[in-house]
Design a protein around this ligand. Structure first.
Ligand code: FAD
Length: 275
């Protein structure tokens, strides 16, 4: 089936993209990698909409170290995340997450901005942002706004983005001395969305564990985190995930299976960061 697009315009730069968004009054959608949006339009899951193509907007590209943060432009492709030396050195959790996303063809086109805006609860990058306590940098007609990842993902496929705003970048704290990070997931087949996944950031100041695929948004496992920081064993912390996670039953797996997988992942991730 052909996509139900009501129009297409290519933005020349960031100011142009934001002005097009403002003029559309919520009737247009940003087109980044198109890997989720075009599929939704083809399947008639998204209503007919005009497309604002941001692929020519140079200000949205690039990965750079800014002080103690890594700034990653919204148009950065999943493949670039998987192959960047800067990402591997400074935020290994993202370097480990990117190759787990879908298949090579999708990673060549899909972008970090698109993944965060789409906010699929089983996606790897939103959970990375939550575990790393990243800031999402937004731009709209009123200027720039920064939102902590913990406030950005509101519900299933729902974020704090206003209809006239777009994601321009994310800023992620870089790894500190003594810190270990790991991203792991369990999926039926390589490339499938995960049944459950974890991003564990094990800092000297405390542990942060964000799970994906086990609720309507990525979830910070606060009870398990507090227990680990208080000296609990991995098994004791894993038991507390029943308080932290509310997985849903669906066609892919019952809730009890997802909770079990999350427990397995927490034990494996702690073994990896503390070995
Ligand atoms: C078969 C298949 C398997 C997949 N498996 C996985 C997987 O395992 N894990 C995973 O994480 N993802 C998976 N994906 C999704 C993939 O990662 C997409 O690339 C991603 O979700 C969306 O990125 P995109 O750049 O393609 O965004 P698009 O499809 O272009 O856009 C998605 C949404 O985000 C909005 N948007 C895009 N960029 C911005 C921006 N800068 N500011 C504001 N809004 C914006 C769009 O308007 C649209 O609503 C899969 C996709 C397919 C087709």
């Amino acid at each position: 089936m052909k996509a139900a697009a009501a129009g297409y315009i290519r933005a020349n730069d960031l100011v142009h993209a934001i002005s097009l968004l403002e003029q559309s009054r919520g009737e247009a959608r940003i087109l980044a990698g198109g890997q989720s949006l075009i599929a939704s339009l083809n399947l008639r899951l998204a209503g007919e909409t005009a497309l604002i193509d941001i692929n020519g907007v140079a200000e949205l590209s690039g990965i750079e170290l800014v002080g103690d943060r890594l700034r990653i432009g919204a148009l950065t492709r999943h493949r670039e995340l998987a192959t960047s030396d800067l990402v591997a050195r400074h935020v290994p959790a993202i370097a480990q997450a990117a190759p787990l996303i879908a298949h090579a063809a999708i990673r060549n086109r899909g972008t970090i901005g698109g993944s965060l805006a789409y906010a699929d609860p089983a996606a790897e990058l939103p959970a990375c942002m939550l575990a790393l306590d990243a800031e999402i940098v937004l731009r709209g007609p009123a200027g720039e706004r920064r939102v902590r990842a913990g406030d950005f993902f509101i519900d299933l496929f729902t974020t704090d983005l206003a209809e006239d705003e777009m994601i321009v970048a994310v800023e992620v704290p870089v790894v500190v001395a003594g810190e270990r990070q790991t991203t792991m997931e369990l999926a039926r087949r390589s490339g499938d969305y995960a049944l459950a996944g974890i991003v564990l950031v094990d800092r000297p100041s405390g542990v942060r564990a964000a799970f994906f695929g086990v609720g309507p948004t990525p979830v910070l496992a606060t009870a398990a985190m507090a227990a680990i920081d208080g000296g609990a064993s991995a098994d004791e912390a894993a038991e507390l995930l029943a308080d932290d996670l509310q997985p849903l039953d669906d066609v892919h797996a019952p809730a009890a299976v997802r909770l079990h997988l999350a427990r397995v992942l927490l034990r494996r991730a702690l073994a990896a960061t503390r070995s």
